[in-house]
Design a protein around this ligand. Structure first.
Ligand SMILES: [Zn+2]
Length: 523
């Protein structure tokens, strides 16, 4: 029996005080592309997401609506689950922080911490409920939270603190050496200089009163509730069965198989929690650290950060209803930078749909299959590819597979897809150079014609393999129309990246356009 390499990855878990926006969609699409890519490589993937339900924000949102907090989180969490299902996000599990196994796991993590790392202290500070974080006065912009542009509240109470300063040297070493790897490098450097500037201890509890009794009771002190960031970060292990309540809080089989996770995917706004607090919490509790952190930027709309408090919200469900799920996945992966801020533009989305999808891969597939149906009884025949023109196409795909693999492993989705579209252009040029419509008129050139069809069909098969992570349904549909019964997730990558997977006797089906032309936008 061969053991497959485990590859566990997680998304951040959003506060569910409002509906998801396009920024959430970006993170889910990126994470899903990574999960599908690693499954395609044959790894044993476990893909976890969830909802951060114990936050004070949710309590306030419920109070504002006049509904019980539990009712609000049940309803809003469902919006996130629905969005992920619509977007074909291939989760293996979804952890809700109201679950018993999450409560048990977070309490277990605190109990496992070194006693000298946790102390009680009277504290006063400026707290932004939007961020669920304290700010130093000098971090504010005009007295306001730099993320939310709202004034923080002055909080004064006795809390438990975590002695982050105990871990400064160790964290610096782990991150500098890439033992805990942060991508991209500029984020790694930013965190290293933050660590070197000196780490302040942080509060890991709040009073029951301030929390309105909502949240996880602090172990051994019923007057305190676990601070929501400590609680939320714990989801990455509780969702992997760090503590199973039915089994006296012992870790489950899933934990042994998948932890430490290969990757956390997060947005740049929460990097300190994930690159500093989280590894320190784990070190204190003697839990192995995750291997890597991938940090994406923000999506702006007209140059403005998207958040409910600031306006500028695009509903991802509406966009997908209009353009289809996979064109939106494609656009976000190809035209929004994986790691820098990117601007969402409906005009650019339409343009990418028309030029890359409808006139690009969609047209290439339908014109190829139409020719094979009409002139070769819809049959593909495996042919020699020894002549120079054909060998050049084969070489292009070999190179594309190598580059694609390298870029996907480095989370360079946009560049990976650019390479794939270079291969689309190679096939387009090959058709135009070969002019099979002329060749088809001359019965003496039958072999030549079948060779052209073979190169195009197998080239499209390769494109299906290369599109799987970004557009799984499109990739599968391309394979099915070429007569393959399987999908690109079911065949080993070694075989997929080798020219010649299609076999003689496969019957192709042209079918309806994969990407129908868009209507003109209403004026
Ligand atoms: Zn804030």
């Amino acid at each position: 029996m061969t053991t497959r390499t485990p590859y566990a990855l997680t998304t951040a878990i959003p506060y569910v005080n409002a509906r998801p926006h396009l920024g959430h969609a970006l993170e889910y699409i990126q994470s899903d592309a990574i999960a599908r890519w690693h499954r395609q490589l044959g790894e044993d993937v476990f893909f976890l997401s969830g909802a951060d339900e114990n936050s004070l924000k949710n309590v306030r949102a419920a109070e504002a609506e006049g509904v019980p907090t539990r009712e609000l989180v049940d309803r809003n969490t469902q919006y996130f689950i629905d969005l992920m299902q619509t977007m074909e996000v291939s989760l293996d599990d979804f952890i809700r922080t109201v679950e018993a196994k999450h409560f048990a796991g977070v309490q277990k993590l605190i109990r496992a911490s070194r006693p000298e790392d946790i102390y009680k202290q009277k504290y006063s500070g400026l707290y932004c409920v939007g961020c669920e974080a304290f700010y130093q006065p000098e971090e504010l912009v005009d007295g306001k939270c730099p993320e939310h542009l709202t004034p923080p509240e002055l909080i004064e109470e006795e809390n438990y603190f975590f002695k982050l300063s105990n871990y400064q040297a160790q964290l610096e070493e782990l991150i500098a050496s890439d033992t805990y790897k942060i991508v991209p490098a500029e984020r790694k450097n930013e965190i290293l200089s933050f660590i070197r500037s000196g780490l302040k201890d942080f509060s890991i509890s709040r009073s029951q009163e301030r929390a309105r009794g909502w949240g996880i009771p602090f172990p051994g002190d019923e007057k305190q509730v676990v601070y929501v960031w400590y609680d939320a970060l714990g989801n990455y292990i509780t969702g992997m069965d760090y503590a199973v309540p039915e089994n006296d809080g012992a870790a489950g089989e899933r934990y042994g198989r998948y932890w430490p996770a290969a990757l956390h995917v997060i947005g740049k706004g929460i990097i300190r929690f994930h690159a500093v607090y989280w590894p320190a919490m784990l070190l204190s509790a003697g839990v192995p650290l995750p291997k890597a952190l991938f940090v994406h930027g923000y999506i702006t709309v007209n140059g403005q950060k998207m958040s409910k408090s600031l306006g500028a919200v695009v509903d991802p469900l509406e966009v997908m209803k209009q353009y289809g799920v996979e064109p939106v996945r494609y656009y976000m992966l190809r035209y929004i930078s994986p790691t820098q801020d990117g601007d969402f533009s409906e005009e650019q989305l339409r343009q990418s749909y028309t030029s890359d999808l409808a006139n690009g891969i969609g047209n290439l597939l339908s014109r190829t299959l139409a020719m094979i149906e009409k002139n070769a009884d819809a049959q593909v025949r495996v042919m020699d590819v020894t002549s120079a023109d054909e060998a050049a196409v084969v070489r292009k795909f070999e190179e594309t597979f190598v580059e694609y693999e390298r870029l996907m492993n480095g989370f360079e989705f946009s560049q990976a897809l650019s390479r794939v579209w270079e291969a689309v252009a190679t096939l387009d040029k090959y058709i135009n150079d070969k002019a099979p419509w002329h060749v088809a008129k001359d019965p003496a050139r039958r072999e030549e014609l079948l060779t052209i069809y073979w190169v195009l069909a197998e080239g499209l098969r390769c494109l299906g393999s290369l599109l799987h992570a970004a557009m799984p349904k499109t990739a599968e549909e391309i394979w099915h129309r070429l007569g393959l019964a399987q999908s690109p997730s079911e065949v080993s990558w070694e075989i997929q990246k080798t020219w010649g997977l299609l076999q003689t006797g496969f019957t192709v089906t042209k079918g309806a356009p994969l990407f129908p032309r868009l209507e003109e936008p209403a004026k």
